[in-house]
Design a protein around this ligand. Structure first.
Ligand code: PGA
Length: 248
């Protein structure tokens, strides 16, 4: 695992954007696995800025997103499709038909999840998968549990995830209780993984993912088995790895 130690959120965002831009420069028709949440927002701002300056183009890029809340329409301002449009897709030259976000309104979620996995396979899997991490170690919405789930699936969100995400909703009761999430199979099938984290509250999840036992109780720990992971994190998120001498 290659680890970039960055000073703060902005430096983490810039470095993450550089890794993504380098992937696009290297392979203009790459498949990007994209993430939502507070962590990647800054990186998306850099990518939009560099696109506007003419440094990169998304014309041939295809994207698949990690997850979506069950029950939210693409126009709901807390849906992840809405997040992707407002943070990236509407501001760059990616073709809308080349972007996929799980359908939170799918009537038959079992069929939808199977189709999502089939689509990812048809693309030859993801070239670069961007990941944030939950305080509980979740990646995508693969929550801690008794086993790793390989396929795209419907997840019951952990109470701690509902608590963490309630900041985006009027009340905690408004937070959806389920999501559709890409499974561990598609994430581990990515040729390269870019894991990003910022802030002290992620320090345990990052330590456990990098140095802890490989266990579904911390889904991020499975990344220790991936041959090509880049971790970009600020010093607060790395603080436990720094204290343990793992990161200089
Ligand atoms: P955050 O979420 O980027 O909003 O902290 C990350 C995650 O829960 O995966």
């Amino acid at each position: 695992m290659k680890i970039f130690r960055e000073k703060d959120y902005d430096a983490m965002s810039r470095r993450a954007a550089q890794v993504i831009a380098a992937e696009i420069a290297h392979n203009p028709a790459c498949v990007l696995g994209l993430a939502t949440g507070s962590t990647p927002e800054g990186a998306y701002k850099y990518l939009v800025d560099w696109y506007e300056k003419g440094f990169l183009s998304f014309t041939d890029v295809r994207s698949v997103n990690l997850d979506e809340y069950v029950g939210l329409s693409p126009d709901h301002d807390q849906s992840y499709r809405y997040f992707m449009r407002s943070n990236l897709f509407d501001h760059v030259d990616i073709a809308p038909e080349n972007t996929r976000v799980p359908d939170g309104l799918a009537a038959d979620t079992t069929a939808f999840c199977a189709e999502y996995d089939a689509y990812i396979r048809s693309l030859g899997y993801v070239d670069l998968q961007l990941l944030g991490i939950g305080r509980n170690g979740h990646i995508g919405f693969n929550e801690p549990g008794d086993c790793f789930v390989k396929e795209t699936h419907v997840v019951d969100l952990a109470e701690s995830t509902i608590d963490a995400n309630s900041r985006f909703f009027a009340t905690r009761d408004d937070v959806p209780k389920q999501a559709i999430s890409m499974g561990i199979g598609a994430i581990m099938g990515a040729k390269k993984v870019l894991l990003c984290a910022s802030g002290e509250e992620k320090a345990d999840a990052i330590y456990n993912s990098v140095r802890g036992p490989i266990t579904p109780k911390c889904p991020g720990s499975i990344l220790q088995l991936h041959p090509n992971v880049v971790l970009v994190a600020d010093e607060a998120a790395l603080s436990k790895l720094i204290a343990a001498g793992v990161v200089k």
